[in-house]
Design a binder for this molecule. Structure first.
Ligand code: ZN
Length: 298
């Protein structure tokens, strides 16, 4: 069993070297960066020094809104060198988890400084700011700044990685704008299961209608579902998408009763598995934009 940091300090480095096999020493020396969910973990992987080990609490295709921390996840959090969260109340469980885990290090808020969308019929702020590539730019800058402070000896590597990632974000942002601007504005209307694409819609000029609000905690109301079915029948909304984190049956029912076909899967709050179409944040944004443009053209 690896020694805790306190035990290691008590032993002193010479005693530690004698007591612990080299493989375990190498593992213990590797810095642990724990991110709240898969999208942030991918960004952090792009931006942190290569020697840092990055993990996510809420993994691929999983719903962070309704995540329930396991004891193993709490242990991992407790041993982290740095923790990254989205903020904007996305991770309603994080404060309690940090307390239970005994983590006393810094918590980096990736959305720091972003003016959140608010109002409408919702309470609070919309947490899904990563769905706009221009705001993801801000996430990346916030992460790079925090990493350079945490690991100053790797500052050059962090600066280089940050510049490279920002260039790729900007290139994809231009590409997404191009794809969607090819669709007449009046046709850019989409139905999804929860309201995760407000930032995407505001950035790229697409109207999203959803059965559930900013969170997936509560079941959609019969009135909301009926309203969407009417929108399909009367207003001819043709683009209807399943989300990777949600049970598809609700959207399947809305599509069936409205007499429309499902356009595919959008990745809202989590990446796909490594062999899926949205294994990284940039591939996720590319997949979503391409799928939307294709369905809206049809
Ligand atoms: Zn969400």
């Amino acid at each position: 069993m690896p020694l805790t940091r306190r035990q290691a300090l008590r032993l002193g480095s010479a005693a530690l070297a004698a007591a612990v096999p080299p493989a375990v020493q190498a593992q213990a020396a590797r810095r642990q960066l724990v991110c709240s969910f898969s999208i942030l973990a991918d960004m952090a992987q792009e931006l942190a020094p290569a020697a840092v080990q990055v993990t996510a609490l809420v993994g691929a295709n999983a719903d962070a809104h309704v995540y329930q921390p396991s004891p193993a996840d709490a242990r991992r959090l407790g041993q982290a060198d740095l923790v990254v969260v989205n903020g904007l109340a996305f991770e309603g469980w994080i404060e309690r988890m940090i307390k239970v885990a005994g983590y006393r290090g810094q918590v980096v808020v990736a959305s720091q400084g972003i003016q959140p969308r608010s109002g409408g019929h919702h309470h609070g702020a919309d947490p899904h700011a990563w769905q706009d590539l221009a705001l993801a730019r801000r996430y990346a800058q916030n992460l790079s700044t925090a990493f350079a402070l945490r690991w100053p000896e790797q500052r050059d590597e962090i600066t280089q990685r940050g510049a490279d990632y920002l260039a790729r974000i900007d290139a994809l942002d231009r590409q997404v704008r191009e794809w969607l601007s090819a669709v007449p504005r009046a046709q850019r209307r989409v139905i999804t299961s929860h309201d995760a694409f407000g930032y995407f819609g505001a950035a790229y000029g697409v109207d999203f209608l959803a059965a559930q609000g900013w969170s997936t905690h509560s079941e959609p109301s019969a009135a909301a579902v009926g309203g969407l079915i009417r929108q399909i029948r009367k207003e001819g909304v043709r683009a209807i998408f399943i989300e990777n984190i949600s049970d598809p049956r609700l959207i399947e029912r809305i599509a069936r009763e409205g007499g429309a076909r499902i356009g595919g899967t959008l990745y809202s709050d989590a990446l796909s598995l490594a062999d899926g179409p949205a294994a990284t944040y940039l591939r996720m944004m590319e997949h979503n934009a391409r799928s939307l443009a294709t369905a809206l053209q049809g």
